[in-house]
Write a protein that binds this ligand. Sequence first.
Ligand SMILES: Cc1cc2nc3c(=O)[nH]c(=O)nc-3n(C[C@H](O)[C@H](O)[C@H](O)COP(=O)(O)O)c2cc1C
Length: 239
Amino acid sequence: MTFQEINAKRRSIRDFLDKPVPETVIHDHLKEALEAPSSSNTQPFKVVVATGDTLKAIGEELTHKYNVSLSLRKKNIIGKLITAYKHKLAPNKVYETIQGKYPGYYQDRRIKTAIGLYKVLGIKRDDHKKRNSEMTKNFYFFGAPAAIWIFANPKMKYTALVDTGIFMQNFMMAATAKGLGTCPQGALNLWREPVDKHFDVPKGYELVCGISLGYPSDAEVNVYRPEKLSVEELVVPKK
Ligand SMILES: Cc1cc2nc3c(=O)[nH]c(=O)nc-3n(C[C@H](O)[C@H](O)[C@H](O)COP(=O)(O)O)c2cc1C
């Protein structure tokens, strides 16, 4: 495939086949991702790779945390605090995701993208039960047989995140080029404790994002193509 074909083919995949990804294939994607540029070649990232029983165990724990976090809505403040403490629900704070509304027109873009996705899935906007169950799929990786978690070192300031983002995109393009699919997931940034239980992430590395990896099914959700900005909207006009 040409770059243009791979670029057009890469979409966030939210339904995977029950087909394992060989370790050598994941290794190859990581090797290709490592060709990414980084500030002064510092490569300020670390990656956790989970498959099989380990992935299952992490998925169960994340799903449990998510389900308990949903139950908080019905509790009073004391109940909320006790449950959150007991189940260690405090979200990752270093590279944190926004809890709640996004600022300004980013919230409109988010809603538009979500509406498009729910339409493809046949979920009505006010059907909170189905929306929650769709959201829950994040925590078992949409059925993917593999996932990676990317950590960066905040001591490298803003370049840590720039470098990590480029690395992630290289990884996703490498996977797409070989017929695999990926979903980058901020949802997998919420809680790192289930990952730390199984992996010795070096001190100083903070969780940025997770990526599910596997062979895409032919479910309609996988052909959803959310609208992107036009170049005219992107480029700042001259004064
Ligand atoms: C940093 C980041 C976090 C994301 N988090 C999630 C997530 O938690 N769950 C999900 O289903 N998709 C997630 N996505 C996928 C985006 O929704 C998706 O990239 C966007 O809608 C554009 O669609 P495309 O990737 O198919 O082009 C995330 C993407 C990025 C880059």
